[in-house]
Design a protein around this ligand. Sequence first.
Ligand SMILES: [Zn+2]
Length: 252
Amino acid sequence: MSTVEMYPGAEDTEVLRRDVATGCRIAGHRGLCEDILGHISVRSEDSLLIRCRGPRESGLIFTEITDVRRASYEGGLMEKAAGFSVPNEIHIHTEILKVRSDVQAVFHAHPPAIVALDLAGLELLPVVGAYNIPASRMAAKGIPLYSRSVLVNTPALGAEVAEVLGDSPACVMRGHGLVTVGRTVAEAVSRALSLNSLARMMLRSASAGRVPAALPAQDLAQLPDLGAGFNDAHLWRFETAALRAMGLDLAD
Ligand SMILES: [Zn+2]
């Protein structure tokens, strides 16, 4: 972890905790998890802040800031409190953060469409263009697949996932879910939303009787990177406004 990229506002851990909790609520609200399974982490100083499970666990959509607690890279809970524990799969986060100095935030959940697409024998392909440019740009480079359907509850298994992820922004986990990474929580969540949207579109097309093919290279080459301001910041504002409209936003 030599040159670690800085996260905007990283000196203020309250900002990071709020981002993690909000990201979890967005994941719950937008169907990236069905109920209680999933977590987000962010690098902070020489440890990480991760969504833990507390005595009043109610699922990602109801994550509170106090659910986001500091843990060590060995996977131990540092901010201990009665009834709180780190997620079983904390090693997905710790092992990725150990080897990806460009990554500040890790998202992991079990999006049904991502799992269903892989179980149907299909892989995420760049089948759409301007409909969702970030999704197709990621898919065009290939989304790696972790083919074991195990609970990633040891450092060795976490290291396996990190190795399959490589330098990619995302990794599909067979019979399990999805990992995305980013320079911010917003980027990691936005990547998960984009890939979930692509998976849903491919499933809908396949259900209508046709497995869509990848776009021609010449169209793919003309899909621009719209940048973090567009892909992440605008989306984050929309998603947090949607939470607020539903009465699901965090209290100030
Ligand atoms: Zn999992």
